[in-house]
Design a protein around this ligand. Structure first.
Ligand SMILES: Nc1nc2c(ncn2[C@@H]2O[C@H](COP(=O)(O)OP(=O)(O)OP(=O)(O)O)[C@@H](O)[C@H]2O)c(=O)[nH]1
Ligand SMILES: [Mg+2]
Ligand SMILES: [Zn+2]
Length: 398
């Protein structure tokens, strides 16, 4: 006789069913579609923790809750892909999400996020988005129009590809700025130089970015000729999410279409080379046919650093040189024995690169101070209102 324990559906439990299952985590046996979307055991654990937290707060996730991945964010709603479906669904923000996002802007869903959704009507055709799972990686920029919040451009990307065109001109300063974002996202940074077919010497263009892209994968590609896309295809085949960041017109959507083998995103019409035209206007995640996903973004005009970026990775060569300066707090401007200035003088370090590093550092430091000032101001007013409340307490009155 076998000594297997009684199956859980034994007579006893059938006669005395527990009023509710001990755990109310949405169950996911990792169907193929889920894995293609990027779901894994780590995400399952994150989901389990979230469900436990909600249960502990007396606000458990519903029995019919599901996880889904956000492909696009609209006002008050998201387009999502469920882990067992091939077509998208719309999920409106549940009141608890609206509340959470009001308290913490980081709780606002972004393209690439994993979220919990629940049916919001009886036939299960409409969904309500209740939670955003904590992100593994996030590309963030300073919120527009001087707001204090940062904005998430891409959530849970495994690779953040900074895309730049070799022609008409390679904007190195912008590559460095975007690389600062890519490095601080927590994802693997890459630099993709497009339009190699239009450049007389693509190798020379690669050489120009080599220092900035130290420690990153650096590719030269031509989407129309399908050249140089192999590393991107290999990442996707591994199930990775690749986010594309870059200025308008550099060829992000063209790259997406080439990787997906289908014209899923509109690209700028040939000859429509006018400035300031943005062809892509929303951030969108697209599932690749062989697995993995590509997150296309609208061209970035201005990208403000939030002050949390670590520029040491993007300017590793400058940081290395600075180690050899005579003074530990050398500002690399006028000091004797400055190894950085010496390298500029001898042509080892391009002047442009030192200037770019200075500009970005100044900006990051300024933003970090601003954030500090904001925190300081918030704290001061908090203290004031506390003092007021204390003074107003009846037992303090005479
Ligand atoms: N010759 C050549 N043209 C390219 C390449 N990549 C993109 N293009 C062209 O560049 C133009 C702009 O491409 P898009 O893919 O629309 O650029 P985008 O980065 O998505 O632009 P936004 O959506 O505005 O941010 C289109 O006319 C493309 O055909 C390339 O590798 N070689
Ligand atoms: Mg585009
Ligand atoms: Zn120095």
């Amino acid at each position: 006789m076998s000594h297997h324990p009684a199956p859980s559906g034994s007579a006893l439990t059938t006669r005395n069913p527990p009023s509710r299952p001990p755990r109310r985590t949405p169950r996911h046996p990792l169907p193929a579609q889920a894995v293609r979307l990027g779901w894994d055991d780590g995400w399952q654990q994150t989901l389990d923790r979230l469900a436990d937290d909600r249960a502990a707060l007396g606000d458990p996730t519903g029995d019919r809750a599901e996880v889904a991945r956000v492909t696009r964010v609209d006002k008050g709603a998201c387009e999502v892909l469920l882990t067992d479906a091939h077509t998208g669904s719309t999920a409106r923000w549940a009141p608890r999400l609206t509340r959470a996002a009001g308290e913490d802007p980081a709780a606002t869903p972004a393209a690439g996020d994993w979220v919990v959704i629940e049916p919001s009507d009886l036939d299960g055709a409409a969904w309500a988005l209740t939670d955003v799972l904590p992100r593994r990686t996030a590309v963030q920029r300073l919120g527009v129009s001087g707001t204090s919040h940062t904005q998430v451009l891409a959530a849970n990307a495994d690779v953040v590809a900074v895309v730049a065109g070799m022609v008409p001109d390679l904007d190195l300063g912008r590559v460095e700025r975007l690389l600062a974002l890519a490095w601080s996202s927590g994802a693997r940074p890459a630099v993709v130089l497009t339009k190699a077919d239009l450049h007389p010497d693509p190798a020379a263009a690669l050489g120009l970015v080599a220092a900035s892209a130290a420690g990153c994968d650096l590719l030269a590609v031509s989407a129309p000729l399908d050249r140089g896309l192999e590393p991107l295809r290999a990442w996707l085949a591994d199930g990775a999410t690749v986010a594309l960041l870059g200025a308008s017109g550099v060829g992000k959507s063209t790259l997406l279409n080439a990787l997906l083998g289908d014209d899923v995103m509109a690209t700028r019409a040939l000859g429509a080379e006018g400035k300031g035209r943005h062809t892509t206007v929303t951030r969108e995640l697209h599932l690749a046919p062989g697995g993995g996903a590509v997150l296309d973004t609208p061209g970035l005009r201005s990208v403000g650093l939030s002050g949390e970026e670590d520029l040491a990775e993007v300017f590793a060569d400058v940081a290395d040189l600075a180690d050899d300066c005579r003074f530990a707090d050398c500002s690399h401007t006028v000091e004797p024995g400055c190894a950085v200035l010496e390298a500029v003088a001898t042509g080892v370090l391009p002047r442009r690169r030192l200037d770019s590093w200075r500009d970005l550092q100044r900006e990051a430091a300024f933003q970090a101070r601003r954030t500090d000032a904001r925190l300081q101001a918030a704290w001061t007013s908090e203290l004031k209102s506390r003092t007021k409340a204390y003074r107003a307490r009846p037992d303090k009155r005479r």
